[in-house]
Design a protein around this ligand. Structure first.
Ligand SMILES: Cc1cc2nc3c(=O)[nH]c(=O)nc-3n(C[C@H](O)[C@H](O)[C@H](O)COP(=O)(O)OP(=O)(O)OC[C@H]3O[C@@H](n4cnc5c(N)ncnc54)[C@H](O)[C@@H]3O)c2cc1C
Length: 401
């Protein structure tokens, strides 16, 4: 029997690698596994908020991500009908630009950092089941790429294995506050489009276009529509994609046509929005495994970092002697309290049909420089949704029109 690990982390991307890295840096014995032979791409439009980049900076990894050739973004344009909010947030924890690094660039930086910190990494290794004794998770049953079954034990098993989490399934973790998904997305990458910064525009007819620079001067262009249009859209993706661009962002549509599409389209109907019970005896969930929401507000990666740090800190306290059940319960309570407002906002706005009140607020923000900075600061994670949408704050913005 192998010596038990302090922690085994299943999934080695945005949530899993930071948990493994932070625990290993704190001197703990960590195994991190992923069934994918990373590095590999995944379905994501990978725009990162300032608060997520601040986590990378504090871990000493921001320069490594910049060195992959991700283009810094210093101008954001968010628009709906005649309301155009354009500018950039004040620095958040010293972060003055955002990035949308390709996942083939970002994820390897995270995994390398975990490995350099001393975590043992096994790729191409799939979690098949958990070892559970007297109701407590004690380890994992893994299958290697050549089919061999291996058992490993640990004080705690972390499921950082995405929205279809096998760890969640094995422990029967229930979802709560579930909201049906509203939209689907198609996106691809273009060369030779001038750097226009970050654009997100909702057009009439519940359709949205997103466009931002990524790595190597390549631009991501995305179209989002409500799910009732999915079957129709799929019949001719290329024609429908450009038709939406023409309708929603005619000026940018021309630039996209003049550019060169460098990759095939990726399309997906979004999974549910949910929280999952994210801790129990000997186990915890982090990242999309425990909390997932529509990518509209671009918080998945940044939240995965924030919650990875929160969870690693709590597990370290448990390994140092506090009851593991208590620290894991604190983790989920703090995660939920810290995301409540953002979750409500994301699920409210993600059907691309703004309430008249929100339309009025957008219009008022668009003509007001201070309110624009404040709004973009909320988007970037500098202030909370609760603070921005507080009646007194909204009243002040509306009164200035
Ligand atoms: C279309 C789309 C666009 C998005 N755009 C953005 C955006 O612009 N900005 C943003 O911040 N977020 C975005 N997101 C969300 C973001 O991609 C996720 O929040 C983020 O990837 C979550 O990271 P994670 O590490 O929790 O999970 P994942 O990235 O899903 O990683 C899970 C890992 O677990 C591994 N795994 C799964 N099962 C097993 C198993 N049984 N055994 C071993 N390994 C396993 C997988 O191979 C995978 O590598 C988007 C998502 C989608 C779908």
């Amino acid at each position: 029997m192998n010596e038990p690990y302090d922690a085994i982390v299943v999934g080695a991307r945005c949530a899993g690698s930071p948990v493994a890295m932070l625990l290993a840096r704190a001197g703990h014995r960590v195994l991190v596994v992923d069934r994918t032979a990373l590095p590999a791409d995944t379905v994501s439009t990978h725009y990162m908020q300032q608060y997520g980049l601040a986590r990378l900076a504090s871990w000493g990894l921001l320069d490594d991500v910049l060195a992959t050739g991700a283009t810094p973004i210093t101008r954001m344009t968010i628009s709906y009908d005649d309301a155009v909010i354009s500018g950039f947030a004040d620095p958040i924890d010293g972060i003055t630009a955002t990035l949308a690094p390709r996942r083939t660039a970002l994820d390897p930086v995270l995994l390398r950092a975990a490995e350099q910190a001393g975590a043992e990494v096994r790729l191409g290794v799939t979690l098949r089941d958990l070892i559970v004794e007297d109701g407590v998770v004690r380890g994992v049953r893994l299958q290697t790429a050549d089919g061999e079954l291996v058992e490993e034990r640990a004080r705690v098993v972390v499921g950082a294995d995405g929205s279809r989490s096998r760890v969640a399934e094995a422990v029967g973790a229930q979802t709560y506050e579930v909201v049906e998904p509203a939209c689907f997305i198609y996106y691809s990458y273009w060369d030779a489009i001038p750097d226009t910064g970050f654009h997100s525009r909702i057009g009439l007819g519940q359709q949205q276009v997103g466009l931002w620079p990524t790595n190597d001067d390549r631009t991501l262009v995305a179209v989002m529509r409500t799910r009732d249009r999915y079957a129709d859209f799929r019949r001719d993706v290329e024609k429908n994609f450009h038709e939406v661009l023409d309708q929603v962002v005619p000026d940018l549509a021309e630039q996209v046509r003049a550019g060169e599409q460098a990759e095939r389209f990726t399309g997906i109907r979004y999974p549910d929005n949910y929280y999952r019970v994210s801790a129990g005896p000997g186990w915890a969930l982090v990242g999309d495994a425990g909390y997932h929401k529509d990518p509209f507000t671009g918080k998945g990666i940044s939240d995965a970092f924030t919650h990875a740090e929160l969870l690693a800190g709590k597990i370290a306290e448990g390994l140092a002697g506090r009851p593991m059940g208590d620290v894991l319960a604190e983790y989920t309570a703090e995660r939920d309290a810290g995301t409540k407002g953002a979750y409500a906002f994301t699920t409210m706005i993600s059907d691309l049909d703004l309430t008249p009140q929100l339309q009025g607020l957008f219009r008022a923000v668009s003509g007001n420089e201070a309110a624009t900075r404040q709004f973009l600061s909320m988007v970037g994670g500098g202030i909370s949704g609760e603070e921005f949408f507080a009646p007194a704050n909204v009243g002040q913005i509306m009164a200035a029109v």
